[in-house]
Design a protein around this ligand. Structure first.
Ligand code: TYD
Ligand code: MG
Length: 456
């Protein structure tokens, strides 16, 4: 290996300097210089690695390129396979991000146990001792004959261990704890995270070892060493959920080998993460039909429909300004819906405290959930329940009109499967190509009409 040189590279314009400075001389941006190892051999190595993945370097006519030529490996965790796009691709580098304590190590230890059936797994932990991992494995009832634990944070030691033991699968928990001694910055710094990930990528591609990197999410929501990591790896998965709820969503936000926004649903129990194969059923389990302030919507995550209950409570303000609290939906969206209800439907909420909660700790960002939220609000305000056999979908516009939504067929099928009989939806939604619909449709133009139909 050529001797490594350390330079400070501007993340904005790419200029590099021998010393750290607060401001880049070239583009004038502050705080953009990041310590970087520059090696004469590095660019070539990356190119070679890329070549070995594709197989050849001459241009190929598109029809001559074999489709999906990689053999995907199936884990025994179906939800995990689903999020990976149908299984694990050999040589792929996967980043799993999430808040501390959300269950990343637990999930990956379970995945390791499943991978160990196919070959040797090297689980590198820089966060916990071997005993702690053993304790967790016992709790998860994992024997793991082919699962090797290495507690190490030095990247060079890790690389030589990989060289020596030639594992079939690699897990690094977490990328923020490993470091390269050539760099002066502390583990977890942007430069460390990026360089370590680049080394692991080389190994993954050259030796065809699928590698999982666990990454902690910083307070602002980005994986530390933010974008830099996201473009090095092939797949970025986030493990999400509220700490005090048991549901966990594994979401793919980038995937070179499959669809993004695909989700897998898990439940954190005493014996680790359990797959939830029918999430709609689980999410509706505790619902009280005919309670006011509750409505059901069908949201689509990736390709997967989910029936979710939205609850709202409107109660007269007793002191000062009315409060608005949104759990699971965007706060500004809630304010907008309250304003539309006030102005277009004549529901006066100016003296009401309003609380909205999406059941199960889910976060719903799609506008198609507007109608159900508005219905829950109105239902609570008027103290009239939403009909128990109705699901609502539709985006609400500022004039109080309902706007078209996508994935209608998927949504309707899921609602019918869960025993719902009717769906209130925007009249502008394309219905023509849908045949033999499993439930009765009520297409409506305005929010007012929809509420009239929904409330009993
Ligand atoms: P962990 O996997 O350590 O989270 P991360 O690696 O994302 O930081 O999970 C930590 C939490 O999960 C911890 O609070 C205990 C809980 N837990 C369970 O509820 N059940 C289990 O079987 C295990 C192993 C952990
Ligand atoms: Mg952990």
């Amino acid at each position: 290996m050529a001797k490594a040189k350390i330079r400070y590279v501007c993340q904005d314009c790419g200029s590099d300097y021998p010393k750290w400075m607060g401001r880049c001389n070239n583009c004038g941006e502050w705080n953009t210089l990041v310590e970087t190892v520059i090696e004469a051999t590095r660019p070539g190595t990356v190119a070679r690695a890329a070549k070995s993945l594709i197989g050849r370097s001459t241009p190929l006519a598109l029809p001559d390129i074999p489709a999906d030529s990689y053999q995907r490996l199936q884990l025994s965790i179906g939800e995990f396979n689903r999020v990976l796009g149908g299984g694990l691709v050999p040589g792929s580098l996967i980043l799993i991000g999430g808040d501390p304590g959300i269950g990343k190590s637990t999930l990956l230890l379970q995945a390791s146990a499943s991978l160990a059936k196919m070959g040797q797994v090297l689980y590198i932990s820089g966060e916990e001792s071997a005993q702690q991992i053993k304790l967790r494995a016992t709790r998860l009832k994992i024997r793991g004959d082919n699962l090797f634990i290495l507690t190490e944070t030095s990247m060079n030691a890790i690389l030589s261990q990989i060289e020596k033991s030639k594992p079939k699968f690699l897990i690094v928990d977490s990328i923020q704890t490993v470091y390269l001694s050539e760099l002066q910055s502390a583990p977890g710094a942007v430069s460390q995270v990026r360089e370590c990930a680049a080394r692991l990528q080389e190994v993954a591609k050259q030796q065809n070892i699928p590698t999982f990197l666990i990454g902690h999410v910083t307070k602002t929501g980005a994986i530390a060493g933010p974008r830099v990591l996201e473009h090095i790896v092939d797949t970025v998965l986030y493990l999400e959920g509220e700490r005090f709820y048991t549901y966990r969503l594994l979401r793919s936000v980038k995937n070179r080998f499959g669809a993004t926004n695909e989700i897998g649903v898990f439940e954190m129990g005493d014996d680790g993460m359990r797959e939830v194969t029918n999430p709609s059923e689980a999410l509706l389990a505790e619902r009280l039909p005919n309670a006011s302030g509750s409505s059901i919507l069908v949201t689509v995550e990736g390709t997967r429909p989910l029936l979710v209950e939205v609850q709202a409570l409107a109660s007269t303000t007793t002191f000062g300004n009315p409060r608005r609290t949104a759990n699971g939906i965007d706060f500004n969206r809630l304010l907008l819906l309250i304003a539309v209800l006030t102005k277009r439907v004549g529901i006066q909420m100016a003296d009401q405290d309003v609380f909205v909660n999406v059941i199960g700790g889910l976060q719903i960002d799609e506008p198609a959930s507007d109608l159900a939220v508005a219905a829950a609000l109105t239902s609570s305000f008027r103290n009239r329940p939403v009909a128990a056999d109705v699901v609502l979908v539709g985006e609400v516009g500022l004039s109080g009109e309902l706007r078209a939504i996508g994935h209608l067929e998927t949504r309707l099928k899921e609602a019918a499967k869960m025993g719902f009989k009717r769906c209130i939806l925007p009249a502008s939604t394309q219905l023509k190509q849908l045949k033999n619909l499993p439930l009765q449709l009520h297409p409506v133009r305005s929010l007012e009409e929809a509420l009239e139909l929904a409330l009993v």
